[in-house]
Design a protein around this ligand. Sequence first.
Ligand code: SIN
Length: 270
Amino acid sequence: MSLITSNLTPNIGAEIKADLNTLLGGTAAAEIRDILEQRCVIVFRELGLSDEQQLAFTATLGEVILEGDEGIYKVTLDVNENAHADYLKGAFYWHIDGTTLTVPILASLLSAWKLSETGGDTEFANTYAAYDALPETDKEAYSKLKVVHSLENAQQYVQPEPSYAELQAWRQAPSNTLPLVWNHKSGRKSLVLGSTAAYIEGMEYQEGRALLCKLREWATQPQFVYRHKWTVGDLVIWDNTGTMHRATSYPLDSGRMMHRTKLAGEESFA
Ligand code: SIN
């Protein structure tokens, strides 16, 4: 196959160089999916895809979830471009997409259209590698723990003093109880953490919060993290089932604009 691949860090991230015809024709799709599962994040530098090309490329990799205008969702804090921009401030905190769903999305594809003059990198943490590196006694202790996730918990990071109406709106999204350790069909295991993780079921609240904090700190150590510094035209894909991600801070009025497409999930958390 005509892909040129190199690893970005020992534990996470690969860069792929390929010509557009190969990517859009789908002939490398199986190989790309394989690299995505093994490396969690794939970077295509300065690919410069149009929206139509990004959608077409996404469709070669799986089932596209259509969102936003004709399938392209604008990730921006500019309310003139995205009416839900306020919610997107949650992206500044480590998270997994879709933790309030039974089947989370498989992957997101993000392309850079306009960058902030400062900040606005995106970080990804490999939650497979973080699990694998745990001491065996911890793996055993965590194997049966269940964590309650909610949109409310994530939004509290952004808006610690919500209006009553805002609180009620967050609670429209049902909370979800998920295993702390995800046993994937592949046989691999990953940690399910992030800003939606509110408390551990059956554990004293403060003790559970402390464990969630400790595990987030563990999973986001430098050896598990890839930080992408964007150039306009870059396309980055991440495996949402084996990573957490966050945007590093940037000015709210920077006009930073990313276009996102998503692949439907293929595996439930259970
Ligand atoms: C996201 O959390 O999906 C967006 C990340 C970013 O804007 O860098």
